[in-house]
Design a protein around this ligand. Structure first.
Ligand code: UDP
Ligand code: UDP
Length: 438
């Protein structure tokens, strides 16, 4: 009798760090549990952060294989409505999926399954089917958002109703064009969700219990396969590199829970006017702060030093209690540092799950969350949030004892979920087991 063979799993993320990060974390977890893993990425990437993370990840995980999908920029037009380079890249990746069959079918040992980003599932599902390869989707958002995405085609199937309500759909932080684009992406990919064996998600049972119950137990959307909560996905280990030292030693010297960590993810730029207001707010609160400042969507374009973007008087007054960093930081590690007492965030889903794992209260600007949400705070040209408002909310974030207690409870539940025998741990083990070749 032959020994059971570990599954060989292909992982195929879409563009941007918010998508790459959960895929790398999943890859590391699958490999640790004995699966053979092959990462498929579109090349070249948009940001330096993506190419750096892919190469350092592969360097430190030599057993993980890498296949590159060479992208041909056939329709990169400066005046195309696809001005967002990450969306443009996502389109390119979708257009290049015809290159997948030879990559997938020539692999040895043969693939047992492919885990793909929601944003490519419509294109990959037929390829997987033709190769008789089970497909799982990794959706990089909340279960609530998957529910919205899965339900959108249902709404759109009644065009009269949909067109009536459609102009009312406002997504905070996205200009109207992006809403159209996003809607079309969702409507393209959502129907293909039914081709998947399951939807893996960076969330956990306790955190989204009622939405999970509606979709999994009550089968509120009949076409959806099981939603499989496997998070919070844990950071993979990368050995030390030097440029973290400047902020690590700064953090070491701050008292426990005294610092507000401020970051709006990997691709959200802040306007000059908004920077000024944030400066005012930070100066007034007197709380210590660690601010990751971004002024361009893509990191390559973000050239200016923090000193040039910030007010001299602000820098002088806050030099003893604040740190401003331009460039990549190890966010998960920072959130885990005892000095951090709160997180002002745009609430990208990865950030939310990282804060959950570390029990850090969040001040959401502007979305869902694990903490406070100031519903009136906008991004961009329609509204600048004033320094006084920011000040007030930061004080609340840093002093509200109940909020701290709730965040600690979230951490406890998050850790339970990913611990041995926890809900998320059990789900991923079952998926892997189902793919083992007897
Ligand atoms: N991130 C980081 N350092 C940075 C900026 C971002 O480690 O300087 C990580 C962050 O921890 C998260 C991901 O990049 O894992 C960003 O994903 P998220 O969903 O929070 O936001 P997005 O960047 O997609 O808007
Ligand atoms: N999105 C999502 N799940 C996915 C892919 C995208 O929820 O699998 C959402 C995402 O949260 C965001 C939008 O689609 O609201 C655009 O995605 P992108 O990653 O480009 O934006 P970001 O998360 O960086 O803001």
């Amino acid at each position: 009798m032959s020994m059971p063979q570990p599954p060989h799993i292909a992982l195929f993320p879409s563009a941007g760090m918010g998508h790459l990060m959960p895929f790398l974390r999943l890859a590391a977890m699958l490999a640790k549990q004995g699966s053979i893993v092959t990462l498929i990425t579109g090349q070249p990437t948009v940001s330096i952060a993506e190419s750096d993370h892919i190469s350092s990840f592969l360097r430190h995980n030599p057993k993980i294989n890498h296949l590159e999908l060479q992208l041909t920029p056939s329709f990169r037009q400066a005046d195309s409505p696809l001005v967002d380079p990450f969306f443009q890249q996502m389109h390119l990746i979708n257009q290049s999926t015809n290159l997948l069959p030879p990559l997938l079918s020539s692999s040895s040992p043969p693939f047992s399954a492919i885990f793909v980003d929601f944003l490519v599932v419509a294109k990959v599902a037929p390829v997987a089917k033709s190769l008789d390869l089970p497909i799982y989707v990794l959706a990089t958002s909340s279960v609530s958002f998957v529910s919205v995405m899965a339900y959108l085609p249902v709404l759109a199937s009644n065009p009269v109703e949909f067109n009536k309500t459609y102009p009312e759909v406002k997504i905070p932080g996205l200009p109207p064009m992006a809403i159209h684009l996003l809607t079309s992406i969702i409507i393209t990919n959502s129907p293909a969700l039914s081709e998947a064996k399951g939807i893996l998600m960076n969330t956990f049972e306790w955190f989204e219990a009622s939405t999970l119950a509606a979709l999994n137990k009550d089968r509120a959307i009949k076409s959806l396969p099981p939603i499989l909560p496997i998070g919070p996905l844990q950071p993979y280990h990368v050995p030390h590199d030097d440029d973290r030292d400047q902020y690590k030693s700064w953090l070491e010297n701050q008292p426990a829970e005294s610092v507000v960590y401020i970051s709006f993810g990997s691709r959200t730029a802040m306007s000059r006017d908004q920077i000024q207001e944030l400066e005012k707010g930070l100066e007034k609160t007197g709380w210590r702060f660690f601010w990751v400042l971004k002024t361009s969507k893509v990191d390559k374009d973000d050239q200016e030093d923090a000193e040039h973007l910030l007010n001299e008087a602000f820098l002088e007054k806050t030099k003893n209690n604040g740190l401003v960093i331009k460039g990549w930081v190890e966010q998960q590690e920072i959130l885990g540092h005892p000095a951090i007492g709160g997180f002002l965030s745009h609430c990208g889903w990865n950030s939310v799950m990282e804060a959950a794992l570390q029990g850090v209260p969040m001040l959401a600007w502007p979305q869902h969350g694990l903490g406070l949400w100031e519903r009136n705070w906008d991004w961009g040209p329609n509204g600048i949030v004033k320094g006084e408002e920011i000040e007030k909310k930061i004080v609340e974030l840093m002093t509200d004892k109940k909020l701290k207690g709730r965040a600690k409870k979230v951490r406890e539940e998050a850790r339970k979920a990913v611990g041995r025998g926890g809900s998320s741990d059990t789900v991923i083990r079952e998926v892997i087991e189902s793919l083992i070749i007897p």
